[in-house]
Design a binder for this molecule. Sequence first.
Ligand code: ASP
Length: 313
Amino acid sequence: MGGTIAVKASDDGALHALAAEDLAALAPGSAVELETVDFAIGSSIALTGNQLLRLAQEVIESIERGAEGVVITHGTDTLEETLYFLALTVPRGDASVVVTGAMRPADAPGADGPANLAAALAVAAHRPATALGPVLVLDGLIHTARFAAKVNALSVGGFGSPAAGSVGRVVEGRASVWLTPAYDDYLGLPDAADLPRVELVRMVLGAEPSALAATLATQPAGLVIDGFGGGHVPPALLGVIDEAIASRVPVVLSSRVGDGPTNRSTYGAPGCELDLQERGALMAGAISGMKARLRLAVALGCGLDVAEVFPLD
Ligand code: ASP
C-alpha cells in the first residue's frame, strides 16, 4: 500500500520506490511462504473510501483462496483508519490480518521498515494472533484495531494504544499474544463502489456554528463531532445539531482527547452528553472520532440501524 516503508530519497523528496516483492526481500529468513500483491502505490494521505472497500474485498478473497495470514504494508499517516476499517469489514476467522509501516524511509539510517515487516510476518504466522482481529505491528508491539493510534508524528515508536495498552510483542522473531479482545468490531462490508460520506468536525473553545453549518449544508450522510472531554460541544452549536437530526443526518459525538471514552450519563448542562442524547445524538464510546467516522459510514453502507452500533463500551 506504499507509505514511508516503501519510499527512498530522490531529487524531489522521498518518493515511492519499493514494490511488494522488494519489501518481501527486506525480511529474509521468514519461515512463511509469501505471495506479494501491489495494491496501491504512494502515500496513505491520498487513499479513498473506494480503495478501502477494494482492500477489504482483496483481503477477504485472499483468505478464501487459502492465505493463512495477510500482511499489509501501509503509510503511517492514515494507518489506524485502514486498520479499523478492516476490523469493521473483514470477518474474524482462521487467518490473521496484520498492518505495518515505517517511520523512516527505506534508505534512511536506521530504517525501521525491515524490522517492522519481519515482526508483522511473525505475528501473521502465529496462530493465536487470529483471535485478535486485524492488528498493527510496529516497533515490536501488537496493537488492536480499536485502540491503535499514531501518538507521535516522527519517532520510531510512533504508535500506541493509549486507552488499552498493547496486546503482545515480538522478541527474537517470536510472537507472543498476551491478551485477546472480548469484543468484535465487525459490522459487514458495504456492497458499493464508495462509502457514504461522513464528515468529522472538531470542537474548539469558542467555536461558532459556521463550520458545522457549512458542513451540514453539503448534505453528508452522517456527522461525527469530535467534542470536548467526554463528548461535549459549545451550546452555540446546538441549533445546527438539531437541524442535522431533524433532516435525518445521524450525529455521533466522540472525544477529541484521544484517550478515554465518551460520557453517557453524567453531565446535564446544554451541550453535554445528557442534553445531546436527548436531542437524538449518539455517543461514540470507546473509539476516536476518526474511527467513529468509519464505523458510521460502514453502518450506513450496510443499512444497519446506527443506534445499534453506538456507543461502544
Ligand atoms: N506520508 C506517509 C504515508 O502515510 C507517512 C508514513 O508512511 O509514515 O504514506
